[in-house]
Design a protein around this ligand. Structure first.
Ligand SMILES: *Cc1c(COP(=O)(O)O)cnc(C)c1O
Length: 217
């Protein structure tokens, strides 16, 4: 399947999910996750009108950011190592993976502000990054003190092996946490589960495989 056909199909799937719950598709930002895909694939999606792209490694993203037009909106979705946080904040207007205090210190030193999502570890999976839900209030209070991080919302994902019913429960949990802390945006849903996420209130979905095919490592 071509990027064109894939992108069209993802848009149709977003529209059907919206129809089910009476949402307007324009409320949803589709982030095309281009990690491990070449610049040509990104350019193809760009030429079809796609503007939001997600990358998870600084080193891989730098040449892509340099070579693509500057109206691309870059989202950082990988582990935000503190020693790279300052550089990442200068290159990516959106960061979806804030969960440590040290990251806030480093982003504070960047030249430009970032729109930040706090990553929540919804199922408390030990191998995954993200903040445990019960530490959210405390972390948000610190984030709100930082001048260079604008609080945008919460990001989360359920366990990869969860069935659709369980995934829905995790998305609902993120929505509830968001309502509790006044988060306006929810970054949730990937290739396998973005329709469920849209039904449960996602504002930003992060879709890689369904647009670009499987990743080459
Ligand atoms: C890779 C990645 C995605 C995209 O995953 P697909 O299953 O390919 O859609 C979304 N979010 C994060 C945080 C990722 O690392």
């Amino acid at each position: 399947m071509s990027v064109r056909a894939n992108l069209e199909s993802v848009h149709l799937r977003i529209e059907s999910a919206c129809t089910l719950v009476h949402r307007d598709p324009s409320e949803i930002t589709l982030i095309a996750v281009s990690k491990n895909h070449p610049i040509d694939a990104i350019r193809e999606a760009y030429d079809l009108g796609q503007r939001h792209f997600g990358e998870s490694k600084l080193q891989e993203a730098v040449p892509k950011i340099e070579q693509l037009p500057n109206d691309v909106v870059w989202h950082f979705i990988g582990t935000l190592q503190s020693n790279k946080a300052r550089r990442i904040a200068s290159l990516f207007p959106f960061v979806h993976t804030l969960c440590k205090e040290s990251q806030l210190f480093e982003v504070e030193k960047a030249e430009s502000p970032v729109e930040g999502f706090i990553e929540v570890n919804l199922a408390n999976e030990p191998q995954k990054s993200g903040l445990s839900p019960d530490r959210l209030d405390e972390y948000l209070a610190k984030l709100l003190q930082s001048k260079h991080v604008h609080f945008r919302g919460l990001m989360g994902m359920g366990p990869a092996e969860a069935d659709p019913g369980a995934k829905r429960t995790y998305f609902r949990l993120l929505r509830c946490l968001g309502e509790k802390v006044g988060a306006l945006n929810l970054s949730m849903g990937m290739s396998d589960d973005f329709e469920l996420a849209v039904q449960e209130g996602a504002s930003h979905i992060r879709v890689g495989t369904a647009i670009f095919g499987s990743r080459q490592y």
